[in-house]
Write a protein that binds this ligand. Sequence first.
Ligand code: ADP
Ligand code: ZN
Length: 610
Amino acid sequence: MEFASEMERTLAEVFGFHSFRLHQRELVEAVLSGRDVFAVMPTGGGKSLCYQLPARLLPGAAVVVSPLIALMKDQVDNARATGLDARAFNSVSSPAERAEIRRALSLERLDLLYVSPERLLRPDFLEELAGYRLSFFAIDEAHCVSEWGHDFRPDYLGLSVLAERFPDKSLAAFTATATRRVAEDIGARLGLRSPLTIRASFNRPNLHYQVRPRSKNPEKQIMEIIELYPGESGLVYRATRKKVEETAAGLARRGLSVRPYHAGMGDEDRRAAQDDFQRDRCQVIVATVAFGMGIDKSNVRFVIHGDLPKNLESYYQETGRAGRDGEPAHCALFYGPQEMVLWRRFAEELAEDQLRRAALEQLRHMIDFVQRDGCRRRALLAYFGEKLPGKDCGGCDVCRGEVERFEATVPAQMALSAMVRTGGRFGAGHLADILVGADSAKIRDHGHHQLPTYGVGRAYDRQFWRDLMAALLARGLAWNSGDERYPTLAAAPRARPLLRGEEKFYVLRTAVKERVRRRQEEAAPDRPPLSEELLAAFKALRRSLAEAAGVPPYVVFSDRSLREMAQIKPESPDQFLRVTGVGLHKLEKFGQAFMALVSAHLEAHPDQRP
Ligand code: ADP
Ligand code: ZN
């Protein structure tokens, strides 16, 4: 096709990419040929290129529908940093900006016009748009059109008028939703006309999954992960506002640059927190799930869950915010018995039968995910109806052998017996005290030092017993006989075969191994080693350039680009263009400054000259 060579050239010169990622070429070609497309691709899959590249090549402006104004600003900054002519038209654009956008539209100079659905669907705006030359419509976050999705936006329903109002313009819909039900809903609701439909794999090979029981000191556990990534950005999710505050304070006491984020804070504070994070002015955000939708930061190196998420869909979306740039990223999950009890109670209290059953089923999958002794990635993908090819993934704690599975039938019997002998009326802490034979006032008051189980579990520590009881609870062998504030444990009828020795019980024991190693792909034989010193200098420069331009640092260059630069150590424009993510526009804007750092570095370290 006529566009073929132009397509390749634009990919390299404008976007600075050496090749298309999976599915990108097909999607770009379809949009260029005027066909509707519907792409379901995971976060970080490279969806924006699929409409930005055609928008650049086709005459007229592409109209991009995006749900959040905050997100739109970053998208526009990003596109402009690449050298595309992009603008946002929304409720916060000033009259002067609007006038300028109108001029650019009538001069056919604009590549991309970002709009919110409520703006786009205003009759006067649609009318006005019809008078300009447009190339096509792109609908970002298309799952917002589905009531089954997690971010339903009634405004999106109105987008069905586009196909009627602009019958000769193609529609390109994009989403990262993983559920098939939502995906099926989207095409119908938007009125797509026999679209090219792509459903990419939801596997995120660069994410490392790790799951462990939560200890009594979650801040310490969380800090151990963060310390693996000095100075790098990450998110910590906690289930409640109170836990968010506690964890943020705990991490700050340990000297971390951290901000809390939850729905109880004022708009202003939340915006400031988000902004500081986007711009690398604070390293870590501790948040409830309220945080995330408006975040489009590509260099998030870790996502830590301090509590069990409600279901695997949320877990997938939340961990999906890590490693959008394709670089390795770490997803750690710490779970405890409290959330299991709490989520179960929430589910059981749902009035409608169907909803209740669905919620309990989702919880069961979630608990199975943390307790399983098989590949985590396989389980996650299976939940979305996808089969992981090959034997194991090599990128989760189980596949890497960080998890030990060992038989704990006898300890399980001891713990259950302690529950039975105390009438199912005591919490895990007290039961652990009995098992290890602690001398506490509560034990003496209740005469528990005279129980046959007193001290039988001395060989293990209290933490072991707490984890073991969490595992019994998770697998339904024990249940919470109290409430979520004061949980107490009782043996479940299902535990009888285990107590009689007819069943075995296994638990997982995990240990954080040393730093998850960076993917080796960059250490290709023809690439010199990366200089950490140079990388640090690049990051500082990136930050000051970003501050000056009023954009987040990753808009200047992605982490991946900086890492490649610290290997290639480019001293000429030619070499600089070899770095992934460097197009002509970025070469011109930033090349000099970065190459100056390289020259100074090589002067000081002539041995590193490639
Ligand atoms: P999505 O919108 O699907 O979450 P993005 O469009 O934000 O993903 O792309 C994710 C990252 O991948 C960005 O940092 C982008 O620059 C990078 N990227 C996209 N396409 C390519 C490509 N063909 N080669 C290299 N990097 C790419
Ligand atoms: Zn695995």
